[in-house]
Design a protein around this ligand. Structure first.
Ligand SMILES: Nc1ncnc2c1ncn2[C@@H]1O[C@H](COP(=O)(O)OP(=O)(O)O)[C@@H](O)[C@H]1O
Ligand SMILES: [Mg+2]
Length: 237
């Protein structure tokens, strides 16, 4: 049996709207193997961010469960979920979410500092990552001096800094133009492969065929496998 990095089982999630409760995730079963890249598609409001946030342990599980490296998130309190997230997950947000009061270099080093990595080792890793994302000379800049594409490359470097085995990316190209979006997506895929990490990425980008091992569409009906390989991409998805 191949051990899953993360696996949801009959995962449900409701939001309260006034007196009403509204089900956004309905019995989601998704298992991600080591080194695998999963692309998640779906209309706006279909629950993609909710699913990613639950996988990252940022919200308590209401019904069903998520096993993260074999540990049940449903049975974990906030503190343990936060600790597990810190050591095993890198998150890339649509809006970059860099810390504006830290330099580019310090943003990238942050997960290394949180993990207690010694300074010399951390400096080396930071430089290696800034080079990998093509920003070696920009470490002392403030994030707001960088273009959107550059900021997202910094966010990717930060997410990968501590070599987390699982990367979650929520529409990482959503705020970028098509060219920059494609560059960022390929960079993310390449770095994830180099780290042998698993990746779950939410994207509307049509250029996913080359990075996805498997793709799924999320809707009110649940999660449905879709063919985004070159052969299937001509179809309607
Ligand atoms: N904290 C919240 N409280 C109430 N409703 C929410 C909350 N977060 C998201 N929703 C609703 O849940 C649905 C799914 O949201 P989301 O997971 O952000 O979808 P997606 O990322 O696919 O666009 C939407 O209808 C959204 O308005
Ligand atoms: Mg979303």
């Amino acid at each position: 049996m191949i051990e899953a990095v993360i696996a949801t089982s009959d995962l449900c999630h409701d939001y309260a709207h006034g007196q009403q409760s509204y089900r956004v995730l309905n019995n989601i079963n998704l298992s991600v193997a080591r080194g695998e890249t999963i692309v998640l598609l779906g209309a706006s409001g279909s629950g993609k961010s909710t699913l990613l946030n639950l996988m990252a342990g940022m919200e308590p599980i209401q019904r069903g469960d998520i096993q993260l490296f074999g540990q049940s998130l449903a049975r974990m309190d906030d503190r343990h979920r936060t600790l597990l997230r810190r050591e095993s997950i890198g998150f890339v947000h649509q809006a970059f979410n860099l810390i504006p009061t830290l330099s580019v270099a310090d943003n990238v080093s942050l997960p290394l500092a949180l993990a207690g990595i010694p300074r010399l080792q951390s400096d080396h890793r930071r430089q290696e990552l800034l080079e990998a994302v093509g920003l070696a000379g920009r470490g002392s800049d403030w994030p707001d001096r960088l273009s959107g594409g550059e900021q997202q490359r910094v966010a990717i470097a930060r997410a990968l800094a501590a070599k987390p085995p699982l990367i979650l990316a929520d529409e990482p190209t959503g705020n970028l133009d098509a060219d920059n979006g494609q560059r960022v997506m390929h960079l993310l895929a390449r770095l994830v492969a180099e780290n042998s990490s698993s990746l779950v990425v939410v994207t509307h980008s049509l250029d996913v065929a080359s990075i996805a091992d498997r793709s799924f569409a999320l809707s009110a009906a649940g999660l449905r496998a879709v063919d985004t390989t070159a052969a299937g991409a001509a179809g309607a998805w």
